[in-house]
Write a protein that binds this ligand. Sequence first.
Ligand SMILES: [Zn+2]
Length: 123
Amino acid sequence: MNIRGIRQELLNLLLELGRESHPHEFVALLKERDGVIEVLNLLPGTVTGSESASVIFDMMPLDTHLAGSAHSHPSGAIRPSDADVHFFPRSGRFHFIIGNPYGPGDWRCFTADGDPCRMEVLP
Ligand SMILES: [Zn+2]
């Protein structure tokens, strides 16, 4: 399945979750429908570090509509940590990092390898 982009509404929700979870991280799995990322599965509780997140991802069942993941960086550094690069390949192809202060432009999308990638925002 080719991913065409992420739904604007979902992106707004991710930024809101970042604000609400601060100073903790939130972690969510993202699913696509007809090539558009528009469904979010929030993982229970918040975690304080990406190492905890990788433990949670280990327990996730395989899902064919899994598009990737999203999580926040309360530090504001919008780049994958070493732990992030370790769990990205196990949870889909596209990974969003939402950074403090969680404004409209405070996010980036990365591939499973941890490289920045372009992501269309669809109305
Ligand atoms: Zn991270």
